[in-house]
Design a protein around this ligand. Structure first.
Ligand SMILES: [Zn+2]
Length: 260
């Protein structure tokens, strides 16, 4: 998760277990829009086998639905059928895995059957044409049966909801900018997966183009700082959101929202 950052530095921020795994969230964002419910990313889903779940230490099983994502919707008083839009930041298994689910009989279906699913056109193409380096992250059962609506580049999905290309992690990764009541929030996904990744050079080893990530972070930070964006962190185990603040050395976070 920390690329070339030496372990003595990163383990102070997120301590690893005896198998060198760290705790990460699979945090999706639900937006209550005038058009209906908008879900940004869908977590990891329930389709992977026991070996996969052990390697990654997946702990997302639901008690009322297939995963904790459906449980969380129920807790808010919503049903999966009420989701009108699903926006994927990219199609890696930990972001699009919950697009579909496996029912008890083993069949795979859409998790949000009434939703319009949105992704970058070139990300869908990239996911369908993998190589030895990219294949392990793009599992076709997360996207092949999904009837996507594709967007290209910076694009408006709904009034107040925009896709912002933030390439580097993958070439067509996008962040989602939300504007409401004169305020802006941004779901930065794997551009800045946790608050430990706020320093510009703290970039994941998973990133295909780390120097592109660096420039995507630099330019997003410029706008986020100038316009006081509330940044949402998909993988941070504790911090849900916060606003960037420039410090003596690099960036810090103010107005932090902690996991309840
Ligand atoms: Zn991720």
């Amino acid at each position: 998760m920390f690329g070339v950052v030496p372990k003595p530095l990163w383990e102070r921020r997120i301590p690893p277990d005896e198998r060198n795994r760290i705790t990460l969230a699979l945090r999706c964002l639900l937006v209550e829009h005038d058009d209906g419910l908008v879900l940004i990313d869908t977590g990891l889903g329930n389709k992977e086998d026991a070996k996969f779940r052990d390697i990654y230490g997946v702990a997302n099983a639901g008690t009322r639905g297939p995963t904790q994502l459906e449980d969380a919707l129920v807790a808010l008083g919503f049903r999966p059928e009420e989701i009108r839009w699903v926006i994927n930041t990219h199609l890696h298994f930990d972001h699009a895995g919950g697009n579909t689910w496996r029912d008890p009989a083993g069949a795979v279906g859409l998790s949000f059957p009434q939703a319009r699913y949105v992704v970058q056109a070139k990300e869908l193409d990239f996911a369908r044409h993998t190589n030895e380096r990219t294949a392990a992250s793009y599992l076709s059962h997360n996207f092949e049966s999904v009837p996507f609506t594709v967007v290209t580049g910076e694009a408006s999905v709904l009034p107040g909801i925009r896709c912002l290309p933030t390439p580097g992690h993958v070439p067509y990764h996008q962040s989602i900018l939300i504007e409401s009541g004169g305020e802006r929030a941004c779901f930065v996904a794997d551009l800045v997966p946790t608050t430990a990744h706020l320093p510009l050079p703290w970039i994941m080893g998973y990133d295909l183009e780390p120097l592109v990530t660096l420039e995507s972070k630099r330019s997003l930070y410029r706008r986020a700082e100038a316009e006081q964006w509330l940044l949402f962190f998909e993988h941070d185990p504790h911090v849900v959101a916060g606003r960037l603040a420039r410090e003596a050395k690099g960036f810090g976070l103010v107005d932090q929202v902690q996991r309840s």
